[in-house]
Write a new protein. Structure first.
Length: 94
């Protein structure tokens, strides 16, 4: 009887441990999506909240503008880079 109790306890312990590790591996949900449309393209951001999605979209927008400018001119001055990055700050989601 004692061996049976130890065996049941061990099985329960393994089940509890496997459920705990499975719960920690769950990816965070991305409930909000923000789409910023400019004359140069569309930047999309995802996040848990609308604010996080908007920040991600603005970052993507600035990065796309800087990358496009660099592709056309092969160099980006520091002040131009700042202007391009700030061009997306005041844009809202659509």
């Amino acid at each position: 009887m004692r061996t049976f109790s130890i065996l049941v306890a061990a099985v329960l312990l393994i089940l509890i441990a496997s459920r705990a590790t499975a719960a920690t591996n769950v990816a965070p949900k991305r409930n909000a999506t923000c789409r910023i449309v400019t004359g140069y393209g569309t930047a999309i951001g995802h996040g848990a909240t609308m604010r996080e999605a908007k920040e991600q979209a603005r970052l993507n927008c600035g990065t796309q503008l800087i990358d496009q400018y660099f592709a056309q001119r092969r160099s980006v001055a520091a002040d131009v880079e700042d202007d391009l990055a700030l061009a997306c700050v005041n844009l809202e989601c659509q």
